[in-house]
Design a protein around this ligand. Sequence first.
Ligand code: FE
Length: 188
Amino acid sequence: MALTVEEITELFQTQGVGQYGGEAINQLQHALQCAHLAERSGASPELVAAALLHDLGHLLVQREPAKQAGVDDLHQFLALPFLRGVFPDAVLEPIRMHVDAKRYLCQVDSHYQASLSPASLRSLVLQGGPFSAEEAAAFMAQAFAADAVTLRRWDDHAKDPAAAPPDWAHYRVILEQAASVGLAEPVR
Ligand code: FE
């Protein structure tokens, strides 16, 4: 069931031209911008890979009609079975938690919610809204939660129609690096 890096590349080349959830850029541009923000921050190959792949679930199942009908697409979970065994938890877990990281930031950062785009605010409601203080504490107690929050902030800023990040070939090399980290560790 796992996808190879080549298959992931094909998915972004064929499905990545789809609009990024009501924003002014497409999925491929969003992924590259998010990975670029991670790379410029000095993130590990695993976290750059997570930034690149965090919305892969959107490419696997196009569910925009469901979202418009008021249903959460749960895209943060859809990609995980396709990445497990190829990438380590340092890639998988920030992807899994990147929606909860938005709910977390709404609780702990009083300016955060007001900074969200209209599309992101609409999906926040479908995703369950801001965490309570207790939910926020439980979220941060998980491994890789801090990485998920960092990824979330890159995600929120990776919506610039004028940005010019490096192309897929550049990040494909980093994907291969992150995948080789996964192969060096036992699959958990
Ligand atoms: Fe995103």
